[in-house]
Design a protein around this ligand. Structure first.
Ligand code: KG4
Ligand code: ZN
Length: 371
């Protein structure tokens, strides 16, 4: 079969549909089985935290090797847990970008092999679309809704109008929020991954103790910036006495600064979103940083003030997982949007292509807009 042909051997979507989802774009190797009628049947996530911990961040080469070593076993485990035979699958959905290219290739190649050998469609999913549709795994969350995606690699505000219809309202112009948490933890030696550790230290600190900047606050658009905040934290730590009390105060001050920035930008996006359409208005927060309790409380408040209902997907669907990839795959399969076996692995892949082309949030490189 030519690789460029759309691989839809049977064309008709069998009911119920069974989708195997595969995720490997960063440091989680994950597989999940989703049924259109019975819901999520399995959801396996193998974290690589232990392997990356000594380096205080994700090392791409280590991540790629770990994905290669684990991917087959994780897929098998997801199929076993779901009690589903391979020949019962309707389609394979895999993250094909954006992300660390070694990992993306590993998951996508596994998916292509299964798609070709089982003679079923391949669905090449944008990782960000997986996050965007993740609330639809668990909550009644009809389109449209406003999404704040805050993870280790991304910080974006998106209006989710429908499947494949995503409008970027704002985006980080430098670091992602999770990256700022991870780098702050690294500077203070709080451990990896940074977010949960900063949150734990912040509990015992005074969030007014250290004056930190709030980049882009009150700007007209909905963009974020965290690089200056991260540098300010590093300076403040250098000039502190590095005691536990100083660390707790700095962690708390940093966390509040991030929350101030995110709530300010989100409030602006809420105004834009509700000015453009009728209610009811729903607000979803997804991505690993959504686990932060201070941030959640602040955002719930912001949502209430602006007449939005808050929807927080369960934490297992907030961080990287394959259930959200299977969800995007199922929705795409039902809409007849499947991909050829030549679908490329993409290190960069903006979700809102038109916004990225006209106004790349973090510049354009040789390979096109970065976000
Ligand atoms: O979505 P995710 O699992 O992976 C990416 O796609 O990046 O997000 C991981 C990020 C990391 O930067 C981690 O430090 C952050 O989410 N994170 C948190 C918390 N838990 C995880 N950030 C702040 N507070 C937390 N409790
Ligand atoms: Zn992610």
């Amino acid at each position: 079969m030519p690789l460029t042909e759309s691989h839809t051997p049977t064309q008709t979507v069998a009911s119920p549909s069974l989708i195997l989802g595969i995720e490997s774009s960063c440091d989680e190797t994950a597989a999940a089985v989703l049924c259109s009628e019975r819901g999520l049947l399995s959801n396996i996530v193998a974290s690589q935290d232990e392997a990356h911990r000594p380096f205080g961040g994700v090392v791409p080469e280590i991540a790629a090797r770990a994905h290669m070593q684990k991917i087959e076993a994780i897929i098998d485990q997801a199929m076993n847990d779901a009690d589903v035979q391979y020949d019962a699958l309707s389609a394979i959905a895999a993250t094909s970008g954006p992300g660390l290219i070694g990992g993306v290739i590993t998951g996508l190649m596994a998916a292509k092999g299964l798609s070709a050998s089982l003679d079923i469609p391949l669905i090449a999913v944008n990782h960000l679309e997986g996050h965007a549709l993740s609330p639809r795994l668990s909550d009644a969350c009809p389109f449209p809704y406003l999404l704040l995606l805050v993870s280790g690699g991304h910080s974006q505000l998106l209006a989710i109008h429908g499947l494949g219809d995503y409008e970027r309202l704002g985006s980080t112009i430098d670091d992602a929020a999770g990256e700022a948490f991870d780098k702050t933890a690294k500077v203070m030696g709080l451990g990896f991954p940074g977010g949960p550790n900063v949150e734990r230290w912040a509990e015992g600190g005074d969030d007014r103790a250290v004056r930190l900047p709030r980049p882009l606050l009150d700007r007209e658009n909905c963009d974020f910036s965290f690089a200056g905040l991260k540098t300010a934290v590093a300076r403040a730590y250098e000039s502190s006495d590095k005691s536990d009390a100083a660390k707790a105060d700095l962690a708390a001050s940093f966390q509040t600064a991030v929350a101030d920035c995110l709530t300010d930008r989100t409030a602006r996006a809420m105004q834009q979103f509700s000015a453009a359409q009728d209610g009811p208005y729903r607000f979803v927060i997804a991505g690993g940083v959504a686990a932060n309790r201070t941030l959640r409380a602040r955002l719930i408040n912001t949502a209430e003030t602006h007449g939005f209902t808050s929807i927080f997907p369960p934490l297992k669907f907030c961080g990287d997982n394959a259930a959200m990839i299977a969800q995007a795959g199922l929705e795409r399969l039902q809409a007849g949007r499947v991909d050829p076996l030549s679908a490329p692995a993409r290190p960069r892949w903006p979700l809102d292509q038109s916004a990225a082309r006209t106004a790349p949030a973090s510049g354009s490189g040789r390979k096109g807009p970065k976000s």
